[in-house]
Design a protein around this ligand. Structure first.
Ligand code: FAD
Ligand code: FES
Length: 1329
């Protein structure tokens, strides 16, 4: 008999837990776990496919569905799919953690486009268009690549693509003429994959009659009618923890606080799935998905002949396309959204826009139905399960040509990201009729619906007073101003709402932009307001500009295959989901799962930990805390050269977010949910107040010591420099907040106890060697008893260097105590709260300068928040100052305080310190330029180093004069990007556009890199295959690829032109702390080159041993193949394994990297939204070991930098607890946030004997270049402030203001002026309009 619950994965009826989707628990909205879900309609014999987020989807809701994961598209055994191969060939995967989800989003878009009735595409292409391919994965996040290569891979399928414009790839060289589709991995129209197997279709057909599941012992109920639903509700079998669901996506918004043991899935009730099109409008069933609703509305627009008749539906569909992400919209129901809006103060877009469109809803009360307006519905108390939302009715609004009444409808949203995956700060929908008032010859509004939501309100509302006020009146400036004042009285954010003034101001801006077009065509301008001319002359929506790119690299063939842009090692298995991350290691027998309980107090005794009575707490197997550390062990969770950090706050919690214990359960979900039930009793007596801010640290003299040899060196005589200056800025301030790592794979470890007091710990770590020692010290066992294994890391960015130890040690402690394997995989919220991030810095500066812009002296006072423990913080003053030194300040002095606070420990994060230092330097340059009223580029150039001053500021790393390439890079960039011309056109643009302003900025980069010792072992097996072990960890930076290339090059040295097929023979092994000791840590951008250097050394040893064999064979045979050589060497008992420990020379372990970046941005003055119009980068990579890998690092780090400077708001509460701790609140750049045109160039410069085959680092430096975006935003704000002579901010003059980091849209808007619309209207009113 067919089971009642059935689904298949990749055409097999296999259990869902074996599907590889890389799902991070509750990262919800990141897209890493996207799969394709196919449903079969037996009546129509039709299959529909859509993408879905597996972490939000309940298992039983895919009953009788077919699920395709990326492994089902292609894999090592069956061959890879074109999507996977192109992801690989376009270098579109780095750490690979997002790649399966990316592949599935792209694949789903392709097959759905191919199903459409569009004309047949060119042979080998899909029906997808270029513009659609830019949005195909708009909800999927990637922290590594910067998205550009993923767009290239996706675009390569588009029927209208020009392949010559494609990005760097392995399928053709840039010089190749007319690349054509035949060189690409071939694509079959329709995707070439069977998405729904026949056996499941047959089973569905056999279930067609009487497939009604009204009760279920599994706790899943699927009523097939309203009657069945109510029978169930009143049956008495339901517990209090029952949950009614459709798509269940609301758990992405409001996390379940407890487990549920019963679910009622109402998506099988036909009335909830009806779509009825009537003359008067649309009735849409409440369980219809948002995606389907968009389709329905769009179809209606196509059918309606009158352009005016469909405007409401078209705008609703457009707006809904910005709600959530494609893979959420595909399962999220329209009714579920409205219920959230009604039940909670949820910032729903859909409720607002449907309210604006005058919608009504139909409710089912037991046997009765009731139709009420959406406004009435939203005002009702929260519905209980006895009331069902059945449907939504959207009226069909039309213009009336007979009465000359026109229809206007607009919707707006201000949100951190333009294309969705971010809820709105405020959203609006405005509808009305416009007619000509013959008596006044002016347009008059009637039937107005002005709906506002998400501004900090219980639910969306209609601004009735404003509606009434505007009705029937002609639009003069003073009249609109009064309407705006009325609006400000109406929409008042509730207390506690973030950015309240911003929200109101953006709403005002929206109303203002809605009204002007209504006054067009007025013949008596004296009487009415014609704001149309004041709004931007250029009305193009910059968000919709197509994405363009140019990626330039130069390959070198000196050390072939080194220097070639070969594809990344193992990237296809990343794309196919076969690459094994820690969480992919199958759970050993008896495996348990752990989740941290953390402190919410910054300084308190932990008296006890209890658990609320709940379903989740019943699942607790054990709670492990400081008391469980074995005797002889230490309470240690992390360490570095400056000191240790405890594993648990025991007995005192010293910061909010500190681990207090670990809850152990049988599954990760149980452990996660149970940890939420913890109630911690604190006692603050005798402890005094915690130190949360750097100011408090100063008051209390709470500092960490910076060892003398790490404290940076001052330059010159600052007092004299100040005395020589013509001008001085005596004291100014700039601040940088923290940044969270946002690796897609959160911290994770699996600890397995072994015989004789030993353990194996699989850890996602950039520093397994030190993880091993921390674990051993915690357990009080010898280091040799702990084997830490790291294969690959799903994104690290420094966050898994020292911060990974805590999870590995906690898992090890639990496993050791319970004598069972223990896995810990932090959910995103816990990870964000506990792990810390980049160092926040507060800088005060005094700078003296000449009238021509030459700076003569700079003094800095820096307060660095290091958090609770030293970690690597004592290195940060050095890296900050190193980066500040990129300009010649004449003389430089500083006072740096490394503050110890009761906050999470701050740790190294990509370009640690350099990012802050470089920003501070450029903020000072811009300040000087603004005082002198000159273009900042002049001040920059004036203060560039000569080689002489470079040596003074960087005595240990300046290198030879010929390697100082910054001047040429800067000039090259300025000319290739037409900087001066663009700066001129920006001036023109700004003078013609009142409500949009542009800015451009160009910043230089000097970044000091330091190499460290590294081990390597190369072994050749009897069949000629080669295995390499290195200390460095593959974290997405391409380390394995470079090592693979180095091995092939080095072992090929016995042949004059290298040995051809060595590359494919090389396998790079995972790091294992007992196999290869002294692995060191992977950080600072130089681990790839150090690992390559160690590999080269080991290979040279082998070459030395093989050379005599080779010589003998050559005499005998002439040509000798690799196989022959190895076979002979093996016979002769040559030792075919060589180990090396590469130690850089004292003189050569530091060098400088150079680069420059130009960015142009546009800001919208109504919302503060920032669009990066263009970014140009040039970076000197020495002789790049792999230009494709290096280019990927440069682009990816630059986009991550944009996140730091613009988007990512690290918000803490008064106790220092991070509260922007989800994808909901913490916004990394998504594909819609990258520059519309992005040009990156890798320069290959000359030979250098001290560097590894003359190469240079690429992983971190380019992040710093994102300062250019921040500086360009500052320029654009300056233009806005000039326009409105606005002096809001720190300075007394409109042009002097402080722009801290990050600078999100809310800050941009504030600095432009929350009241610019009112000011503008007032200015018009005074002229009598
Ligand atoms: C990552 C992400 C981003 C998002 N971004 C946005 C955004 O930008 N703008 C926006 O407006 N929304 C956004 N949302 C919210 C999303 O639209 C809703 O989660 C979704 O519409 C809810 O539908 P569902 O079917 O999944 O509801 P479920 O989660 O299944 O249910 C939600 C609630 O409604 C109840 N319910 C559902 N249907 C009915 C019914 N017919 N009658 C009675 N009760 C019912 C359920 O009991 C439950 O309490 C986002 C969600 C996510 C996960
Ligand atoms: S490759 Fe996308 S997150 Fe790492």
């Amino acid at each position: 008999m067919t089971p009642r619950f059935r689904f298949c994965i990749n055409a097999l009826g296999m259990p869902i837990c074996s599907a590889d989707t890389n799902c991070t628990f509750y990262l919800d909205g990141c897209g890493a776990c996207v799969v394709l879900v196919a449903k079969y309609n037996p009546r129509k014999d039709e299959v529909t496919e859509f993408s879905a987020s597996s972490c939000l989807t309940l298992l039983y809701s895919i009953n009788f569905c077919s699920v395709i994961t990326t492994e089902g598209l292609g894999n090592t055994q069956d061959g890879f799919h074109a999507v996977q191969k192109r992801m690989s060939g376009f270098h579109a995967s780095q750490c690979g953690f997002c790649t399966p989800g990316m592949c599935m989003s792209i694949f789903t878009s392709l097959i759905n486009a191919d199903k459409s009735k569009r004309p047949e595409p060119r042979n080998g292409f899909s029906k997808l268009t270029v513009s659609e391919s830019e949005k195909a994965f708009s909800g999927n996040l990637c922290r590594c690549t910067g998205y550009r290569p993923i767009i290239d891979a996706c675009k390569s399928f588009a029927t209208d693509v020009d392949l010559e414009d494609s990005g760097l790839n392995i399928f053709w060289k840039k010089s190749d003429k007319n690349p054509d589709v035949s060189r690409l991995p071939s694509y079959t129209l329709g995707g070439g994959i069977c998405t729904f197997p026949d056996f499941l279709k047959s089973e569905i057909k056999s279930h067609m009659n009487g497939a009604c599941i009204a009760a279920s012992k599994e706790g899943w109920y699927l009523p097939r009618s309203i009657n069945q639903y109510y029978e169930l509700i009143y049956s008495g079998i339901l517990s209090d923890s029952v949950k009614v669901v459709v798509g269940n996506t609301s758990v992405g918004v409001y996390k379940d606080q407890d487990l549920h043991n019963q679910y009622i899935d109402i998506s099988g009730i036909p009335e909830l799935l009806n779509v009825v099109r009537r003359e008067a409008g649309f009735e849409i069933g409440a369980a219809i998905t948002i995606s389907r609703t968009i389709e329905i509305l769009q179809q209606d627009c196509e059918w309606t002949s009158s352009p005016n008749g469909s405007v409401v539906f078209r705008k609703l569909a457009e707006h809904m396309s910005k709600v959530a992400t494609p893979f959420v919209r595909n399962t999220a129901s329209i009714g579920g959204n409205l219920i959230l809006a009604q039940k909670y103060p949820f910032p729903s877009d859909i409720a607002t826009i449907l309210l604006g469109a005058g919608s009504t809803v139909c409710l089912q009360f037991d046997s009765e139905r009731k139709h009420i307006t959406l406004e009435e519905f939203l005002e009702q108390p929260p519905l209980n399960p006895t009331i069902l939302l059945l449907s939504i009715f959207i009226p069909h609004w039309i213009s009336d040509s007979q009465t000359g009444t026109g229809l206007v409808f607009e919707t707006y949203r201000a949100a951190p990201r333009p294309l969705g995956n971010a809820v709105s700060y405020v959203n609006c929908a405005f509808l009305g009729h416009v007619s000509l008032d013959e008596s006044s010859d002016a347009l008059a509004l009637s039937n107005l619906h002005l709906a506002f939501g998400a501004y900090g309100t219980e639910h969306a509302i209609r601004a009735r007073k404003v509606e009434k006020f505007l009705t029937g009146k002609s639009l003069t400036a003073s009249f609109v101003l009064t309407a705006i004042q009325l609006l400000q009285e109406t929409i008042v954010p509730v207390e506690g709402t973030s950015h309240p003034e911003y929200r109101v101001s953006a709403a005002v801006g929206f109303l203002f932009s809605f009204l002007p077009p209504l006054s067009k065509g007025i013949t008596q301008p004296g009487k009415v307001l014609n704001i149309g001319s004041a709004i931007s002359a250029d009305t193009d929506d910059v968000c919709n500009f197509p994405l363009l790119s140019r990626r330039e690299t130069i390959s070198i063939d000196e050390y072939t295959p080194i220097g070639e842009p070969i594809k990344k090692y193992g990237v296809e298995i990343q794309a196919s989901g076969e690459a094994v991350y820690v969480d992919d290691i199958p759970a050993p027998k008896n495996c348990l799962y752990g989740e941290f309980i953390y402190s919410t107090q910054p300084l308190a005794y932990v008296k006890n930990i209890k658990f609320k009575s709940s379903l989740a707490s019943q699942k607790i197997v054990a709670v492990v805390s400081g008391k469980d550390i074995p005797s002889g062990g230490e309470n240690i969770g992390s360490t570095f050269m400056f000191g240790d950090e405890p594993l648990f706050g025991y007995p005192i919690a010293e910061y909010a977010g500190q681990a207090l214990g670990v809850v152990i359960a049988e599954t990760q979900r149980y452990a996660d949910m149970a940890a939420k039930q913890a109630v911690v009793e604190y006692d603050m007596d005798d402890l005094g107040p915690p130190i949360i801010t750097v100011e408090q640290a100063v008051e209390n003299h709470s500092y960490f010591k910076v060892p003398q040899d790490l404290y940076p060196k001052e330059v010159g005589d600052v007092a004299k420099g100040m005395a020589d200056a013509d001008h001085m800025i005596p004291s100014a301030e700039v601040k940088l907040a923290s940044e969270y790592y946002f690796y897609m794979e959160t911290q994770t470890a699996l600890a397995i106890p072994d015989e004789d007091n030993t353990l194996v710990v699989y850890s996602s770590s950039q520093y397994p060697e030190l993880a091993q020692s921390v674990i051993a010290r915690c357990l009080g066992i010898p280091f040799g008893n702990v084997r830490v294994i790291t294969r690959r890391v799903g994104g690290g960015f420094g966050g898994k260097a020292l911060r990974s130890f805590q999870v590995a040690t906690a898992a090890a402690l639990c496993a050791y105590k319970l004598r069972r394997p223990v896995r810990m995989y932090l959910n995103c919220n816990t990870d964000m709260v506990m792990i810390g991030g980049r160092h926040p810095v507060k800088a005060h500066y005094s700078v003296g300068f000449k009238s021509d812009g030459k700076i003569t002296a700079l003094h800095l006072d820096l307060l660095i928040d290091a958090g609770i423990s030293e970690d690597a913080s004592p290195t940060i003053p050095g890296t900050i100052i190193s980066s500040v030194k990129k300009y010649n300040w004449g003389a430089l002095s500083f006072d740096i305080k490394l503050c110890k606070t009761n906050n999470t420990s701050k740790s190294i994060m990509r370009a640690p310190g350099d990012t802050q230092g470089s920003f501070i330097a450029d903020a000072i340059i811009e300040h000087v330029a603004s005082v002198l009223s000159v273009d900042a580029i002049c001040v920059r150039e004036k203060n560039f180093h000569t080689y002489g001053s470079l040596q003074l500021f960087y005595p240990d790393s300046a290198g030879e004069a010929s390697t100082y390439t910054l001047h040429s890079i800067f000039n090259r960039l300025a000319s290739t990007s037409s900087y001066l011309d663009r700066a001129e056109s920006i001036k023109k643009f700004n003078s013609c556009n009142k409500w949009r302003k542009r800015g451009i900025s160009c910043v230089p980069l000097i970044f000091k890199a330091e190499t460290r010792a590294a081990p390597g072992r190369v072994s050749v097996l009897n069949d000629g295959s080669i295995v390499v072990e290195v200390g460095g960890i593959e974290i997405g930076q391409g380390l394995w690829t470079k090592v693979q290339q180095m091995t092939a090059f080095a072992l090929g040295q016995l042949w004059p032109d290298g040995c051809e097929d060595l590359l494919e023979r090389v396998r790079v092994l995972q790091a294992d702390t007992l196999n290869l000791i002294q692995g060191g840590f992977t950080a600072g951008s130089t681990t790839s080159e150090s690992s390559c250097a160690a590999t080269l050394q080991a290979c040279n040893m082998l070459i030395y041993r093989l050379k005599p064999v080779m010589d003998r064979l050559q005499l005998q045979l002439g040509n000798v193949s690799w196989d022959t050589l190895i076979s002979q060497a093996s016979k002769e008992n040559v030792n075919l394994s060589a180990s090396a420990y590469w130690v850089p020379g004292q003189d050569s372990n530091k060098y400088l990297n150079y680069g420059a970046g130009i960015c142009e941005v546009e800001i919208d003055l109504f919302t503060g939204a920032i669009t990066i119009l263009r970014g140009d980068l040039v970076y000197d990579c020495g002789k790049s070991l792999n230009p494709a890998v290096d280019l990927g690092q440069i682009e990816g780090s630059f986009i991550q930098g944009i996140g730091f400077f613009i988007y990512e708001e690290y918000v803490t509460n008064k106790d220092g607890l991070m509260i922007s701790n989800s994808t909901w609140d913490y916004k990394i750049p998504s594909v819609d946030a990258i520059p519309k045109q992005f040009n990156a160039e890798v320069l290959n410069t000359g030979y250098h004997k001290y560097r590894v085959l003359s190469s240079k680092a690429s992983g971190e430096p380019a992040l710093v270049l994102a300062t250019s975006v921040h500086c360009a935003v500052r320029e654009a704000i300056r233009a806005a402030r000039k326009e409105f002579a606005n002096s809001t901010g720190c300075g007394t003059s409109p042009l002097a203001f402080q722009l801290d980091v990050p600078a999100p849209m809310t800050v941009v808007k504030e600095l432009c002026g929350f009241d610019i619309v009112e000011k503008y209207l007032e200015s018009l009113s005074t002229y009598g309009t």
